[in-house]
Design a protein around this ligand. Structure first.
Ligand code: FMN
Length: 272
């Protein structure tokens, strides 16, 4: 077991406390600053010790731990707080068997304690815009917020039959750009909305994997699965997209297949 692993397992009990109270017991005054070393150290340990684990032990992930990890997943940043994600925890023996087959019988699925389909929704923006207004914490809901979730969001997402509204939106955007300067493009096509929903959902998926790690568990994201078969199994329609499958559990000794490496930062980071 690596030092990072043992530190994370060591802090499990503390983490479980915050699960039980449902509250984060961190002192607000100690929120991350570059020089608050213990928190930064813990953060680095979680990130650096996360690996894609392909073999798990028989140890189950307790329901309350999984629920807490999913709560943390859903704290991911997301566009206009529209939360276009869903998580299907595939627990029933029959569904699991079929889901594992749909994951091409990968060990990460076969040996997982929990198998989760992370799903992006392209149809939910309208309902969620209304839900944001219903559940908005500040009452009365400020006019600016109301306008955003009624007018701006609708203008962003509405496409009309055969993208007819999108054609008008495209023209209006070109004109506005010329007259006013920079303007964010709205979504013109189904692919645009799918991309939007997938971006948001992938951030939640990463949060979920890091939360599992912080609780001493591990995960493997899987893109290697039969999406139509998985959607059929889960009863999902055309507006649901399985972004990735996540196998999760306790890391087995032979769970990590290779040494982690990344290319040099210079190859990817551009200071412009
Ligand atoms: C979108 C995505 C799809 C992936 N699909 C698979 C998969 O089907 N099977 C698998 O074993 N690993 C899969 N991985 C894991 C990657 O192989 C792994 O993240 C990469 O090799 C880096 O290793 P690390 O995660 O341990 O740092 C996937 C990762 C991502 C982000």
């Amino acid at each position: 077991m690596s030092q990072a692993d043992s530190n994370i397992n060591h802090t499990k009990a503390t983490n479980r406390q915050s699960v039980n109270t449902g509250k984060n017991n961190m002192d607000k005054n100690n929120l991350a600053t570059p020089n608050y070393t213990p928190q930064l150290k813990a953060f680095c340990e979680v990130i650096e010790s996360r690996r894609s684990v392909r073999r798990f032990t028989d140890t189950p992930i307790p329901d309350d731990v999984l629920a807490e990890c999913l709560r943390l997943a859903m704290l991911a940043p997301n566009s206009s707080n529209l939360q276009p994600w869903e998580f299907y925890v595939i627990d029933s023996a029959d569904n699991r068997k079929r889901a594992i087959k749909n994951c091409m019988n990968q060990n990460a699925a076969k040996t997982s304690a929990r198998l989760i389909a992370v799903v992006a929704r392209t149809d939910i923006w309208h309902d969620h815009a209304q839900q944001v207004l219903r559940e908005y914490p500040d009452k009365p809901v400020p006019k600016k917020v109301k306008d955003n979730y009624t007018k701006v969001v609708a203008a962003d997402f509405l496409r009309g039959p055969v993208n007819a509204i999108s054609v008008v939106k495209w023209g209006a955007t070109q004109v506005a750009r010329r007259l006013k300067g920079p303007i964010k493009s709205p979504y013109y096509t189904f692919e645009d909305v799918k991309n939007w929903a997938t971006n948001n959902t992938a951030l939640a998926a990463e949060n979920l994997m890091l939360a599992l790690r912080a609780h001493g568990f591990d995960s493997c994201p899987m893109g290697g699965f039969d999406e139509p078969a998985m959607k059929k199994l889960l009863g999902l329609g055309d507006d649901h997209h399985v972004v990735m499958m996540i196998g999760a559990g306790e890391r087995a000794d032979n769970g990590v297949y290779n040494t982690q490496f990344r290319f040099d930062q210079d190859q990817f980071v551009h200071y412009v």
